[in-house]
Design a binder for this molecule. Structure first.
Ligand code: HEC
Length: 111
């Protein structure tokens, strides 16, 4: 009496592929989705010195979450620059500067 195992092996391989096949396709690409325009502008132009949370303080930059400037003063600071910070009035539109300053102000409120 010969036991035939040839039918069992392909089945086992099939189950193995099924188990490995359900890999992780989620998580990628979703990173940019929930961002406001202001946050995107901040990430591209400001994190170098200020960090993503505004607290980095590189090159003499101030902790943005601790800033006591009014919104109008912040807009002026971003437009005209100061010290190591370059002026952004020729880089960003007035609308973009308004959006990025709104984001900076939101950083300060979070916490
Ligand atoms: C090259 C580094 C650098 C980059 C890039 C930079 N900053 Fe600054 N930022 C500074 C420095 C330095 C200061 C402090 C200037 C001073 O008062 O002497 C500052 C100050 C500020 C202040 C004033 C904070 C306060 O309370 O005095 C604001 C607001 C600000 N930055 C926003 C921004 C925004 C928004 C961007 C992006 C559009 C940006 N910064 C990009 C270096 C930088």
């Amino acid at each position: 009496m010969a036991l035939n195992t040839h039918h069992i092996v392909p089945l086992a391989i099939g189950l193995l592929l099924l188990a490995c096949g359900s890999s992780t396709l989620d998580g990628t690409m979703a990173e940019d989705a929930g961002k406001s325009p202001g946050q995107r502008i901040f990430d591209m132009n400001c994190t170098l010195c200020h960090g993503r949370d505004g607290k980095l303080g590189l090159n003499g930059a101030k902790d943005l979450t601790a800033s006591t400037l009014t919104k109008a003063e912040m807009i002026a600071r971003v437009r005209l620059g100061k010290g190591a910070m370059m002026p952004y009035k020729d880089v960003l539109t007035a609308k973009e500067i308004d959006a990025v300053v709104e984001h900076v102000r939101a950083l300060g409120k979070a916490k």
